[in-house]
Design a protein around this ligand. Structure first.
Ligand code: GLT
Ligand code: MN
Ligand code: MN
Length: 388
């Protein structure tokens, strides 16, 4: 049997807020006690994670005194050194505090916008201090309940202004840092701006330093909107913009569930892992999820181990798919090309266009061919269910 134990080269990371999630929800109180950042690092070390990510206030409470800040940082650094965990990513909490009730960078109140930028500048410094090379922006409050309240155009402009500010700041400080924007369609706001990875990609192209900014797609966020997650990831990858990824799971059309990776849609998870492994994505595999509310901290470890184990099982299944002779023969057949269309395809030329317009196509004959996708899909299912 294959070894499914996580290793540093797998780049498995968790946020402090994921394994530290106390199990509260809008209808019920926490079911697990608070753990310190250092305690969570030891927990992650025990289950075999490679790295830990944090929001500024996961690490440092917003009103921590300078002495408290120093003590927490010292304890956290010791835990990192003891476990060998690294901090590949950091981010800002721009959603818990009441001041962000109507947005951070997109708030109608210039004082809120200025405070949000100030908080982010300090949080960037904190992330860099601990070695983060990727900085995530998830604008959970950047949206509306009523569109009477805010101009959607102004919101885009304010968001752009903020991102341009941070790019210049990172350049100014000579930080080795790239930014990754994370989309979500709704929750906690009724609607959130730039709701999908595709919207984010279009937004990035309008920035002053688009080369510094990519995306951090999250499985659950696109599944909430009923979107094929892997397709969005592929688009980001092809554009050179897949800077980070948030892995979890989610039933479509429901509240934000942040389920253990691969626990809901195993087939979608398979195609995703296959994609990441096939293209040799070498960034963090960040599990942005949390244990069921029913669990104690042993259950949290089961959850974390499960995320990584499922990823590695699916990675093995992807290798099996790629090595399967019958599957590969079907794929070769599906993609067969006798070269007859080469003169017509590819880059435009006036001659090519004229030749193509003069060519006749036998639509009925072309359409007659069965594509064998039923067989191919069943072979995939056989692999996934371990029957092949
Ligand atoms: C929050 C959210 C996540 C984001 C995190 C980064 S925080 O838990 O649900 O999807 O990635 O801010
Ligand atoms: Mn996320
Ligand atoms: Mn989420």
């Amino acid at each position: 049997m294959t070894d499914y134990s996580p290793k540093p080269e797998h780049r498995f990371t968790f946020g402090l807020w994921t394994v530290g999630n106390p199990g509260g929800d809008p209808f019920g109180y926490a079911t697990r006690e608070h753990k310190t950042p250092a305690e969570l690092v030891y927990l992650l070390g025990e289950v075999g994670a490679y790295g830990v990510n944090f929001h500024d206030n996961d690490l440092l409470p917003i009103d921590a005194s300078p002495a408290e800040v120093e003590a927490i940082k010292k304890e956290f650094s010791k835990a990192l050194a003891d476990t060998g965990l690294v901090v590949p990513m950091a981010t800002t909490d721009l959603f818990h505090e009441p001041i962000f009730k109507d947005g951070a960078f997109t708030s109608n109140d210039p004082k809120v916008r200025a405070y949000a930028i100030q908080k982010t500048l300090k949080a960037i410094d904190l992330g860099v201090e601990f070695g983060a090379k990727t900085y995530v922006f998830w604008g959970g409050r950047e949206g509306t309940e009523t569109d009477s309240s805010k101009s959607a155009i102004e919101a885009i402009k304010r968001n752009r202004e903020a991102m341009n500010f941070f790019c210049e700041y990172a350049l100014d400080k000579k930080y080795d840092l790239k930014f990754a924007l994370e989309a979500k369609p709704n929750e906690p706001r009724g609607d959130i701006y730039n709701p999908t990875t595709g919207h984010m990609l279009a937004f990035i192209a309008t920035l002053d330093h688009p080369e510094m900014v990519g995306v951090n797609p999250e499985v659950a966020h696109e599944h909430m909107a009923g979107i094929n997650f892997m397709h969005g990831v592929a688009q980001a990858w092809e554009a050179g913009k897949l800077f980070h990824i948030d892995l979890n799971d989610q039933y479509p059309g429901r509240y934000d569930q942040d389920l253990r990776f691969g626990s809901r849609d195993i087939k979608a998870a398979f195609y995703l892992v296959k994609f990441l492994e096939d293209v040799k994505y070498d960034g963090s595999r960040h599990f942005d999820a949390h244990a069921y509310r029913t669990e104690d901290f042993n259950g949290v470890k089961d959850f974390a181990r499960g995320c990584m184990r499922t990823y590695l099982i699916l990675k093995e299944k992807a290798a099996q798919f790629n090595a399967d002779k019958e599957i590969q023969a079907l794929l070769a057949e599906i993609n067969a090309d006798d070269g007859a269309m080469t003169p017509f395809l590819g880059k435009y030329s006036p001659e090519k266009a004229s030749a193509l317009k003069a060519e006749s196509f036998d639509r009925a004959a072309i359409s007659k061919r069965g594509l064998k996708y039923e067989r191919l899909d069943q072979l995939t299912i056989d692999i996934l269910t371990g029957t092949r």
